[in-house]
Design a protein around this ligand. Structure first.
Ligand code: SF4
Length: 392
């Protein structure tokens, strides 16, 4: 992790062409005029943070996510970068990522990204099977993905990351294997694999309630996760975080800041920020966001101060998601609990789940295996309860 002079910035682009069936992210219908107004507001927000920015002289990572940031347009993108350039010299920037979705990204825009210093493109691919893309109501086809992968390579942006989803209704082990092998065949540097979630309030969740779609069985999802772990390891990827795989030296730098409890500033609707002590977040609705800024007000709608205990607890929960794991001596000094006792209790809770090893101790560290990662929410929930029960 960089020293405290460095800062990471996240910008949330809140528009998409059409909402995907499972989407619970902060994204709204796009329109050129709305994107211009969002850009104006974003620039106001960045400038309203002037004091904070001038006291953080080095920019370490920049991440523009969404939504579909490929809809931003070259002029607006240039205005955003120029605004940040007024505060930061981009020479210290280690990673500059933009998320893009297939089916609406031009070579011209990719060239603009590259010329501004973007060195990593994260592609919302989700599957290499057209039928599965239709099930998710994605706007793109497999041909669009392949075209985009080639375009990113042709403009000389050196890192490509792909998102894929497993547990799609109708997906089989065979079709999942096919998607993984397609991703490998394009020599991408990084993969993020997510289990499909039926978020409440999404059309997908309604379809499940009505019995129109049937979720994939948990055992089947485990087989898919296990397959990904094995196939990608064989192809030279390191499984370095619960949902992330990278070729050596291509781990996501920006996301690692979140996982290691680092500081970051977020701009745009729904963006979160953390200064090492306090966390705060912006309103989610785009019009509300724009109105706040029109009135020279920061669009913050919530905040919390992390107590020392909460910070340390969070460190454990985040640590369990990564290859680094948790430091046993730190766990014991914070919780007053012998780690070996906590470990035994956890194992007791896991009897009857998928068979096998869930974690291992190496020196002063405890790490989950990929089997443990598949049950990570369950394991961290139990661990939190154990820590809570120890509180005086
Ligand atoms: S592209 Fe991503 S953010 Fe946009 S609607 Fe689909 S899932 Fe949501």
């Amino acid at each position: 992790m960089p020293d405290s002079d460095y800062l990471s910035i996240y910008i949330h682009f809140p528009f998409c062409v059409r909402k995907c069936l499972y989407c619970d992210f902060a994204s709204e219908d796009w329109g050129l005029e709305r994107i211009d107004r969002w850009t104006d507001a974003l620039i106001l927000e960045i400038n309203l943070n002037k004091e904070r920015l001038i006291h953080s002289p080095k920019l370490y990572t920049l991440y523009i996510g969404g939504g579909s940031p490929n809809l931003v347009g070259g002029d607006n993108f240039y205005r955003i970068v120029k605004t940040l350039n007024d505060y930061f010299d981009f020479d210290t920037l280690r990673e500059f990522t933009v998320e893009v979705n297939p089916g609406g990204t031009s070579v011209e825009l990719l060239n603009t990204f590259r010329n501004a210093g973007v060195n990593r493109i994260s592609i919302g691919c989700q599957s290499f099977i057209d039928g599965e893309l239709k099930t998710l109501e994605r706007i793109h086809s497999v041909d669009d993905i392949v075209r985009l992968l080639e375009q990113v390579k042709s403009v000389g942006i050196p890192q490509r990351s792909l998102d894929l989803i497993f547990g799609i209704p109708g997906q089989t082990i065979e079709s999942w294997k096919n998607s993984l092998e397609s991703a490998i065949s394009y020599n991408v540097e990084h993969l993020s694999l997510y289990n499909l979630i039926y978020e409440e309030g999404t059309p997908l969740s309604d379809l499940r309630s009505k019995g129109v779609v049937s979720p994939v069985e948990e055992e089947q999802e485990w087989l898919m996760y296990d397959l990904a772990h094995k196939v990608l390891e064989k192809a030279g990827f390191v499984h370095y975080e619960i949902s992330n795989w990278a070729k050596p030296d291509y781990m996501a730098v920006h996301n690692s800041i979140y996982w290691s409890g680092g500081k970051y500033l977020g701009f745009g609707p729904s963006a979160h920020s953390f200064d090492g002590e306090n966390r705060w977040w912006n309103c989610r609705n785009v019009d509300t966001y724009i109105n706040f800024l029109k009135n020279d007000k920061l669009p913050i709608t919530g905040s919390e101060k992390l107590s020392v205990k909460n910070k340390k607890t969070e460190y454990f929960l985040l640590g369990l998601r990564t290859q680094t794991g948790i430091e046993i001596s730190r766990f014991e000094s914070v919780t007053g609990m012998e780690f070996i006792d906590a470990h035994k209790m956890l194992i007791g809770h896991l009897v009857g789940k998928i068979e096998g090893e869930y974690g291992y101790i190496e020196g002063n560290y405890f790490r989950l295996t990929h089997k443990g990662w598949f049950l990570c929410d369950y394991i961290t929930g139990k661990l939190l309860t154990l820590i809570e029960e120890r509180k005086p």
